[in-house]
Design a protein. Structure first.
Length: 139
């Protein structure tokens, strides 16, 4: 299994994975390609078995005037069902954290669903701890 940074040429395959994870047509191939090529605040790592992409992880670099440091947020982590339980999610997460670390990030956040106990277990194994914060959302 190869874990690497995503490139603009991966956009079509990443769209397929994103459709499985987030629902169809959250973003088109062109939008994904543009983001991969120009969004300097985001790191996208992917897992490939040969020429087949089987998972991805996205991390954002955030900076607030309130803090002297950059922090990172893991915003997406997906591995195709048939490739799970092989350590791929952990490898994707660790690679994304390392890439963010190269850009000055030293603290990380991750949000996941209350019902997503498999993801919660992975994050716990990787050193994340639950907090008492509550997420609010607005459209």
């Amino acid at each position: 299994m190869l874990i690497r940074l995503a490139h603009g040429s991966d956009a079509a395959e990443l769209k397929k994975l994103n459709d499985f994870f987030n629902g169809e047509d959250c973003n088109g191939v062109e939008g994904i390609q543009e983001s991969l090529m120009s969004n300097e605040q985001e790191i996208v790592c992917l897992a490939a078995e040969g020429s087949v992409l089987v998972g991805f992880c996205c991390g954002q670099i955030l900076k607030s005037m309130c803090y002297a440091y950059k922090y990172g947020e893991i915003t997406e982590l997906y591995v195709m069902e048939e490739y799970r339980r092989r350590g791929i999610g952990r490898q994707l997460l660790e690679t994304t954290e390392n890439e963010l670390g190269k850009r000055g990030v030293r603290h990380f956040h991750v949000l996941t669903g209350n019902e997503n106990t498999r993801a919660q277990a992975l994050y716990t194994i990787c050193g994340y701890a639950k907090t008492s914060e509550i997420l609010f959302d607005k459209d």
